[in-house]
Design a protein around this ligand. Structure first.
Ligand code: ADE
Ligand code: ZN
Length: 350
């Protein structure tokens, strides 16, 4: 896809939040289990008779004070324990897609973590069918398209990842790609080189979390050994000038999640976030919510808080929305339709 040639008319600063909301956009980095709101966690716990180590929604919310990625993951995996039946996975996904559609997300690529569920005796069938059915219904009822990316948990073994892939193969046509998530430090991409090679041979799109907390070296190995097409987070790349040139030169997108980075203390404040640096170095950066129920914002909130904190402009808004379609795994004609709608939005917004 060609670089944006569209001429953007600057919008006055106080109208920018409205434009950020109404511009069509894709979300490319959302863990569907990270969209489980505390209210839904409690409702599902009651429905399934699961005991939670928190007395109330408020007490659970108060526990959302994280010092790093691992401190978040501990509570995130505990929250996912209420998902038992296919309908639970459906309800979670439905709630996210309804919320995303309100923010004019027109396409979403959803990560899910099957090992979190299969390790508790939930079948792959239950997980994938529940999430997938909600995506099919949302396309018809809300006009939002969504596809699924199966993530391997990197704190588990390569053998476990291979077994998970085998279990997922009967559902091959319901998945567009595979990814790599969970605790990054000490679990470098190379641990999964062989399973990614197999996924590549099977025709899956490939992505991986790299350079969230981990060093630029992990981004290099995600590119060179795993052969990923997009890097999730990747914000540590700005510490390595050669890596920045590689990412820009090959137009490898970064799915950046500013509110996540703030809540997990990757940057001390949102004003310190390096999104502007990434964009100004010519990288295909996108804005995403990661785990919106835990980090305090879906797409619109993420865009408005980030733009206010780092002083981004109308041109940045256009570039970020355009990048989200360019970096998506939708076909070329659908990409063009979304970009046409994006151009129309910017032309007619006054
Ligand atoms: N799983 C859910 N959110 C994650 C994140 N931000 N990093 C790694 N793994 C995750
Ligand atoms: Zn993530």
């Amino acid at each position: 896809m060609s670089l944006p040639k569209f001429v953007v008319k600057t919008v006055v600063a106080d109208r920018l939040p409205e434009l950020l909301k109404c511009m069509p956009k894709a979300e490319l980095h959302i863990h569907i289990e990270g969209s489980l709101e505390p209210e839904l966690i409690f409702a599902l716990a009651k429905r399934n008779g699961v005991a939670l180590p928190f007395a109330s929604v408020e007490e659970l919310r108060r526990a959302y004070a994280f010092s790093n990625l691992q401190s978040f993951l501990d509570i995130y995996y505990a929250g996912a324990s209420v998902l038992i039946k296919e309908q639970d996975f459906y309800d979670m996904t439905r709630a996210y897609l309804l919320r995303a559609a309100q923010d004019n997300v027109v396409h979403a690529e959803l990560f899910f973590d099957p090992q979190t569920h299969t390790a508790r005796g939930i079948s792959m069938d239950t997980v994938i069918n529940g999430i997938y059915r909600a995506c099919v219904d949302a396309k018809v009822e809300l006009g939002i398209s969504a596809s699924l990316i199966l993530c391997f948990l990197r704190h588990l073994s390569e053998e476990d990842a291979f077994e998970t892939l085998e279990q997922a193969l009967p559902y091959r046509d319901k998945l567009i790609g595979v990814g790599l998530d969970s605790g990054e430090l000490g679990n470098p991409p190379e641990k999964f080189a062989r399973v990614f090679a197999r996924c590549r041979a099977l025709g899956f799109h490939l992505v991986a979390h790299a350079g969230e907390e981990g060093p630029p070296a992990y981004v290099w190995t995600a590119l060179d050994l795993l052969k990923v097409e997009r890097v999730d987070h990747g914000v540590q790349s700005s510490k390595d000038a050669a890596l920045m040139r590689r990412l820009a030169g090959d137009r490898i997108a970064l799915t950046v999640c500013p509110l996540s980075n703030l809540k997990l203390c990757v940057f001390p404040t949102l004003a310190d976030h390096n999104l502007r640096t990434l964009l100004e170095a010519g990288l295909v950066a996108t804005v995403n919510s990661d785990d919106p129920a835990y980090f305090g914002g879906y797409m619109n909130e993420t865009f408005t808080q980030t733009f206010a904190a780092i002083g981004l402009t109308t041109q940045h808004a256009y570039t970020l929305a355009h990048n989200s379609f360019e970096a998506s795994f939708i076909d070329a004609s659908a990409k063009q339709r979304h970009v046409d709608r994006l151009n129309e939005t910017f032309e007619t917004f006054h």
